[in-house]
Design a protein around this ligand. Structure first.
Ligand code: FAD
Length: 388
């Protein structure tokens, strides 16, 4: 079997759908095929870590099903369809095991990021969940209900781990959260801000284990036990792994498309293969891997123009990220990866204003917690653009 389309988009996350929504502002008719390995429902992924707070299941978080999206976007949406290969010379992709080929004039990779799975042993790995899409979320909620879950052990105290810690607490489920580093959200926040988040969550009943790694998850009778490499054990009803994500690069790599941390593109979002573009969590755009919504929206706006004939480079302003930990609100604007400088910190209880300042006294980033988040607008104005 074979098919063809002017534009083929692999991925129906916020990146894929966001792009086609923008593109239809300029071009109502060019045939577009969108392909998703999942069920193609449109949803806002950031809401996945607010579902217990708001008491919304996967259906409630669904904005539109794939069929409705296809009608709205005048696109053909192929669901439960995995792309297994790209032939960049012939400009075709292969789907499924039946070797169906689709010919593209332009191909957009909006493949997202894979969850990192920590190496854990034991006899109960089926009780270890991760939530990185709506289907995962459905599975996790079903397991919480089915196992009458009272306590979840969360692996990872980073952005996603802390959001789920707060969300589960809000849903009346106890938490114990494990992270090998020393405080909450350690890769984005300075210690004072991370400790403020910890204090805010502990005041709501969270329990943290900082320092150890999880080594095993075992079940004996009804008891689920998580073992740590410092000899401690945690008893719980379910485990949620949230140790981070990495851009999905395998499909591109196998096709000979240049990859690094993500699928490498220039500011036009072009990969090194002719007529192949990448965006969203899978992309490394001019050296930046930013797995957040604001960058992918900026990409969608630029790429929609590029694909409809007006070559447009993507620009990134400063894009602070709001972390959904209502127990201690957090807004962070990380300094560039290779930036040199130091943190200047003002603190009053869980209210922290931390400025990352370079040698010339210029503000390169900030981390704000509690009432400190009120400074977001003022400080954001002082930040340089990430990519002017
Ligand atoms: P995805 O939504 O992962 O979409 C990838 C698509 O590619 C899917 O449709 C998948 O089926 C498809 N696909 C992949 N491989 C194939 C293949 N081989 N064949 C066919 N289809 C394929 N960001 C923020 O800015 N603010 C927040 O508050 C925030 N909160 C978050 C909370 C959680 C719990 C999580 C997990 C993330 C959060 N993020 C947040 C990050 C943000 O949600 C992501 O950056 C964004 O959703 C990524 O969208 P995407 O379209 O690039 O990827």
């Amino acid at each position: 079997a074979s098919a063809e389309a002017a534009i083929v988009v692999i991925g129906t996350g916020l990146a894929g759908y966001g792009l086609v929504r923008e593109l239809r502002k300029y071009d109502k008719d060019s045939p577009i095929i969108m392909i998703s390995a999942d069920d193609g429902r449109a949803y806002s992924k950031p809401m996945l870590s607010t579902g217990f707070t708001k008491n919304m299941d996967a259906d409630a978080l669904t904005q539109k099903d794939a069929g409705t999206m296809g009608e709205d976007l005048n696109a053909s949406v192929w669901t439960s369809t995995k792309v297994t290969a790209i032939n960049t010379a012939a400009q075709t992709i292969t789907i499924g095991d039946k070797a169906t080929q689709i010919h593209y004039k332009k191909l957009v990779l909006a493949l997202g990021a894979d969850v990192i799975r920590p190496p854990i042993k034991g006899n109960a790995l089926e009780y270890v969940y991760s939530v990185n899409d709506l289907l995962d979320y459905d599975d996790f909620r079903t397991a919480v209900a089915k196992n009458n879950v009272k306590k979840v052990c969360i692996i990872g105290g980073g952005l996603i781990g802390c959001e789920f810690t707060n969300d589960l607490l809000n849903g009346g489920i106890a938490t114990e959260t494990v992270d090998p580093l020393g405080y909450c959200i350690p890769t984005l926040l300075p210690e004072a801000a991370g400790k403020a988040v910890q204090a805010g969550l502990e005041a709501q009943g969270a329990k943290f284990h900082f320092g150890p790694l999880v080594t095993e998850v075992n079940k004996t009778g009804d008891a689920l036990t998580v073992s740590l490499n410092n000899g401690e054990t945690i008893s719980c009803d379910l485990v949620l792994s949230a140790v981070g994500v990495r851009p999905q690069i395998a499909l591109a790599q196998e096709a000979g498309i240049t990859t690094n941390r993500g699928i490498v593109t220039n500011r036009l979002l072009e990969t090194n293969a002719p007529n192949v573009y990448a965006m969203g969590d899978c992309a490394e755009v001019a050296g930046h891997v930013l797995v957040y919504v604001a960058p992918l929206m900026a990409q969608a706006r630029a790429l929609a123009k590029t694909l409809t004939g007006e070559a447009t480079e993507v620009s990134y302003p400063a894009m602070p990220v709001t972390i959904k930990v209502p127990a201690c609100p957090v807004t962070v604007s990380p300094a560039p990866r290779d930036a040199e400088g130091s943190w200047e910190i003002e603190q009053d209880g869980i209210n922290v204003v931390a400025r990352f300042i370079d040698r010339n006294g210029d503000l390169l980033g900030f981390a704000l917690t509690g009432d400190g988040t009120k400074q977001k607008m003022a400080l954001q104005k002082l930040l340089p653009a990430i990519m002017p």
